[in-house]
Design a protein around this ligand. Structure first.
Ligand SMILES: NC(=O)c1ccc[n+]([C@@H]2O[C@H](COP(=O)([O-])OP(=O)(O)OC[C@H]3O[C@@H](n4cnc5c(N)ncnc54)[C@H](OP(=O)(O)O)[C@@H]3O)[C@@H](O)[C@H]2O)c1
Length: 328
C-alpha cells in the first residue's frame, strides 16, 4: 500500500482508505460481523485512513470502528469523522458552538478517544462558508484539545474553493471519480498549492463503476440506491454521483473495454482517482472483507496511460458531463 502526505497535517496516510458509511446504514442490511471483518481486512491490507460520520447508523459506524481498532491495539489509524447532519434542519444557526461541542463529545465517546484526528463539517449549507464565526468555533475546539484538525465535506466545487480561503481548514472531502471530473479543472490544483488534503469520496459512483449493475438490478428498500434515486432523502449527487441510472450503465459499457490486465473495473476506477497527485486519499466504501481487500489492491496497479485518461475524459464529456458538470 502506497502512502501520501496529508497536506499541512504532514501525517502519512495510505492512498486508499476505508469509507465507513455502508457499515453504518443506508446501504441495505450490513451484518455487524461482515462490517468488522471488512475493517480488519482493510487494516490488514495496509489502510491507515478511515472516513466515518456521527450519523452513519446514528453512531453505529463510529462504534464498530472503535471496537475493531481497540481489539487490534497498536498504532491507531487516522480516523476522520463528520458533524452537522444531526441537526433536524440544515441552517447556519444550527452550527452553534453548543451544538458542535455536543456532537463532538458524542463522537469522542463513540470512537473511544480523547481527541478526534479530523472533524469535517458534513455538507453544510453553502451559506455557511460565508460565516467565518463557524470556523472560529472549530478553532476553539482545536484549542480546547477536543479535535486535532478540522475540514469540510462539500457537495459543490465552489464550496470547496471557498473553504480553501480559511487557513484552519486542513482538508476538503469531495466527490471525484470518472463520472465527476469537474474538481480537476481548478479545485484540485489550488488545494495542492495551499497544502490542503483532498479526500476523494464516492469513487465508485456508489458501485456503478464496478461494472456489476444491470438495468434490472434491484436494491433493498433501506439502500439509498433504491430510496434516494431522485434525491428524496438527501442530495441526489451522493447516489450514483447524481448520474441517471440508465445513462450511467451506458457509460460503463464504454469504459469497460479500457480496463486492462487483471484489474477489475472497480480497481481501475480507483486508480483513475489516484492519477491526480492532489488527491491525498481515496475512500471507497466496502461492506465486506473481499471488497476491502480488492480495493486496497488497487494501490498496486500501474499508472493509466495518457491515451486511456484521454478516452475516459472523452466519455465523460460526451455521456456524463451534461448531467452533472454544472450541478455540482
Ligand atoms: N456527504 C459526505 O460527506 C459523504 C457522502 C457519501 C460518501 N461519503 C464517504 O465516502 C465513502 C465512499 O463513498 P460511497 O460508499 O458512498 O460510494 P462508493 O465508494 O462509490 O461505492 C461503495 C459501494 O460500491 C460497492 N463496492 C465497493 N467495493 C467494491 C468492489 N471492490 N467491487 C465491487 N463493488 C464494490 C459496494 O456496494 P454493493 O456491494 O452493495 O454494490 C459499496 O458499498 C463513504 O463510505 C463515506 O465514508 C461521504
Amino acid at each position: 500500500m502506497k502512502t501520501r502526505t496529508f497536506g499541512r497535517i504532514g501525517r502519512s496516510v495510505s492512498e486508499i482508505g476505508f469509507g465507513a458509511w455502508a457499515i453504518g446504514a443506508s446501504w441495505g442490511h450490513v451484518d455487524a460481523d461482515d462490517a468488522k471483518a471488512a475493517l480488519h481486512a482493510a487494516l490488514d491490507a495496509g489502510m491507515t485512513f478511515i472516513d466515518t460520520a456521527d450519523v452513519y447508523g446514528d453512531g453505529r459506524s463510529e462504534q464498530l470502528i472503535a471496537e475493531v481498532v481497540d481489539a487490534r491495539g497498536g498504532e491507531r489509524p487516522f480516523i476522520a469523522t463528520k458533524a452537522g447532519r444531526r441537526l433536524p434542519a440544515q441552517t447556519v444557526e444550527g452550527y452553534s458552538a453548543e451544538n458542535l461541542s455536543s456532537y463532538i463529545d458524542r463522537s469522542l465517546t463513540n470512537l473511544k478517544t480523547d481527541t478526534l484526528d479530523l472533524v469535517q463539517l458534513h455538507c453544510p449549507p453553502t451559506d455557511l462558508y460565508y460565516h467565518p464565526e463557524v470556523f472560529g468555533r472549530l478553532d476553539d475546539l482545536v484549542t480546547a484539545g477536543k479535535i486535532r484538525n478540522y475540514g469540510v465535506s462539500v457537495e459543490r466545487v465552489e464550496e470547496g474553493l471557498k473553504a480553501l480561503e480559511y487557513p484552519g481548514v486542513t482538508s476538503v472531502q469531495i466527490i471525484y471519480n470518472i463520472m465527476r471530473q469537474r474538481p480537476a479543472e481548478r479545485f484540485l490544483q489550488l488545494a495542492a498549492e495551499l497544502g490542503v488534503g483532498v479526500i476523494a469520496r464516492v469513487p465508485l459512483a456508489s458501485g456503478m463503476l464496478s461494472g456489476k449493475f444491470r438495468a434490472d438490478t434491484r436494491f433493498e428498500e433501506s439502500d439509498h440506491r433504491q430510496f434516494n434515486r431522485n434525491g428524496e432523502a438527501f442530495d441526489v449527487g451522493e447516489t450514483f454521483a447524481g448520474v441517471p441510472y440508465e445513462k450511467g450503465l451506458a457509460a460503463v459499457e464504454r469504459i469497460r473495454p479500457l480496463v486492462g490486465g487483471s484489474a477489475t473495473m472497480a480497481q481501475f476506477a480507483l486508480r483513475w482517482v489516484l492519477m491526480n497527485e492532489a488527491i491525498t486519499v481515496v475512500i471507497p466504501g466496502a461492506r465486506n472483507a473481499d471488497q476491502a481487500v480488492a480495493n486496497a489492491a488497487a494501490s498496486d496497479l500501474p499508472a493509466l496511460s495518457g491515451e486511456t485518461m484521454a478516452e475516459l475524459k472523452a466519455i465523460y464529456d460526451a455521456d456524463i458531463k451534461p448531467f452533472v458538470h454544472q450541478r455540482w
